[in-house]
Ligand binder design. Structure first.
Ligand code: BTX
Length: 324
């Protein structure tokens, strides 16, 4: 509800300090009894609140599971995640976000689910998304750009995810062009950038991000044991998913705004600082065949350049990369 959103905003601004019942009533424009009812709802959701006579209320602990209110608490963005569609279970957040985009939802709309029953990767592959363990989210972005720029958004997302993982978990993932983040060679995050566009302009970018956070090894199906890992497995600690989402949204917004203002060049450098495949011998498996050679780098458009063993240079837009 709008009042609940305002209440969370007030607690965010208070930064852990007490807010008096009267101050809250003034901010929200409702009675102290109404405030108390909203606070009871937060408590039921898993927030721990302290109430002290003559001081008021403050939040001392947040819910263990992600909730929409917790996602809003302390989120320092102005566009990303201002509209949130939080779902307990859905087939695919991409599908929901595509529909919302068609209906005209605002720039920065976030769709996030506790579980996906039909999560997908590129080329209709399956993305395993078990309940309460990961971050399964899609963002709707509406940049005024030509469709050819869309692949750059995958790279921007990868940098933002890498930095969110560094901020929250104090470990540094590798980026494997174009859309994977790895820890110790195993996939920790996948990114899926899709488009709604006509021939000369983007209507919406649907940026899907799947992050493995608190899965244990047994939570992965057998066919993923050698290729997938989670932040909990790699750090030995349970990680707060909502913290991670908030840092991710903040980083994404920061880089999105830099990109809109200054283009891809400043982000290309940052991307390269995380990239594992550059300078290495790789095989790129594309839908039109395989190319083996040395990965030279990415162009200003985010396209991968490979020099094959005859010296010929190829520009690749999408592929699965194997590092030799
Ligand atoms: P991709 O096509 O690059 O990778 C898909 C492949 O990754 C699968 O074929 C499988 O081998 C492997 N895989 C599947 N599930 C996992 C997992 N949980 N962890 C690691 N590896 C896995 C990557 O596509 C892009 C994935 C985007 C997922 C997000 S989640 C939110 C949004 N909604 C949705 O349906 N997709 C996106």
């Amino acid at each position: 509800s709008p009042t609940r959103t305002k209440l969370i905003e007030a607690f965010s601004n208070a930064n852990g300090e007490f807010l008096s019942g009267q101050a809250l009533a003034d901010i929200l424009g409702c009675s102290r009894t109404a405030i108390w009812k909203h606070i009871e709802e937060l408590r039921k959701e898993g927030f721990e609140l302290e109430a002290i006579r003559n001081k008021g209320y403050r939040i001392i602990n947040t819910p263990k599971n992600m909730t929409e209110n917790e996602l809003r608490l302390g989120l320092k963005t102005t566009i990303f995640g201002k509209t949130i569609h939080y779902l307990e279970s859905t087939d695919s957040t991409q599908k929901v976000a595509h529909r919302l985009a068609q209906e005209g939802c605002p720039d920065g709309t976030l769709v996030i689910a506790e579980e996906q029953t039909n999560g997908r990767g590129r080329l209709a592959r399956v993305w395993h998304s078990p309940k309460y363990t990961g971050i399964w989210m899609s963002l709707v972005l509406r940049p005024k750009l030509p469709p050819a720029k869309a692949p750059q958004f995958t790279l921007i997302a990868a940098v933002a995810v890498a930095q969110a993982i560094e901020d929250v978990c104090k470990i540094s993932p590798d980026i494997k062009w174009p859309n994977d983040l790895l820890l110790n060679g195993k996939k920790i995050t996948g990114i899926l950038t899709e488009l709604q566009a006509d021939s000369d302009k983007i209507d919406a970018i649907i940026m899907g991000i799947g992050m493995n956070v608190n899965q244990k090894e047994a939570d992965f199906p057998i066919e993923l044991h050698d290729i997938a890992t989670s932040l909990a497995i790699e750090t030995g600690k349970e990680i707060s998913r909502s913290n991670l989402v908030k840092r991710l949204l903040e980083n994404l917004e920061k880089y999105y705004l830099i990109y809109l203002k200054n283009g891809f060049a400043p982000l290309k450098l940052l991307w390269e600082s995380y990239a594992v495949s550059l300078g290495k011998d790789i095989i790129a498996r594309t839908i039109s065949g395989n190319i083996a050679g040395k990965a030279l780098g990415i162009t200003d458009e985010g396209v991968l350049k490979i020099q094959d063993y005859n010296g010929q240079i190829h520009e690749i837009y999408s592929a699965d990369i194997e590092i030799k």
